[in-house]
Design a protein around this ligand. Structure first.
Ligand code: AMP
Ligand code: ZN
Length: 117
């Protein structure tokens, strides 16, 4: 069922505590943890506890949780003392999405080029 934990999902396993992660913040609806392969000095992933394949699907199904996720990207940036940061939602394999559980990348701690590649 939509939103239910998926047995084969890495991020559902992190939410359930079955796979270790360096968690930096948690709320009732979200978990934020260090990306295992950081692309910037600060690279934190913010995920909803519920499983949806991407952020647009999450927003359509559970807009309040999508709002929580967005709010948490700002809380992470504040907690990590980022002067500037970028929030990225890779959506689809052509855009680099590799984990099919909605997640925001919060990147900062260095100059970030625009436009991104
Ligand atoms: P994306 O490519 O946008 O789907 O992002 C997936 C992100 O998850 C990548 O930046 C990976 O480095 C990260 N990642 C994969 N496995 C783990 C893990 N076990 N713990 C933390 N981050 C992970
Ligand atoms: Zn999942």
């Amino acid at each position: 069922m939509a939103g239910e934990p998926q047995d084969d999902c890495l991020f559902c396993k992190i939410v359930a505590g079955q796979i270790p992660a360096t968690i930096v913040r948690e709320t009732e609806t979200t978990v934020a943890f260090q990306d295992i392969n950081p692309q910037a000095p600060t690279h934190v992933l913010v995920i909803p506890r519920v499983h949806y394949r991407d952020v647009a699907t999450l927003a359509a199904a559970e807009p309040a949780v999508a709002a929580d996720l967005l709010r948490e990207t700002g809380e992470v940036a504040t907690q990590e003392k980022l002067e500037s940061h970028r929030v990225v939602f890779n959506t689809g394999s052509g855009a680099g999405q590799t984990v099919w559980h909605a997640h925001a990348h919060v990147l900062g701690g260095r100059g970030l080029q625009w436009p991104p590649g």
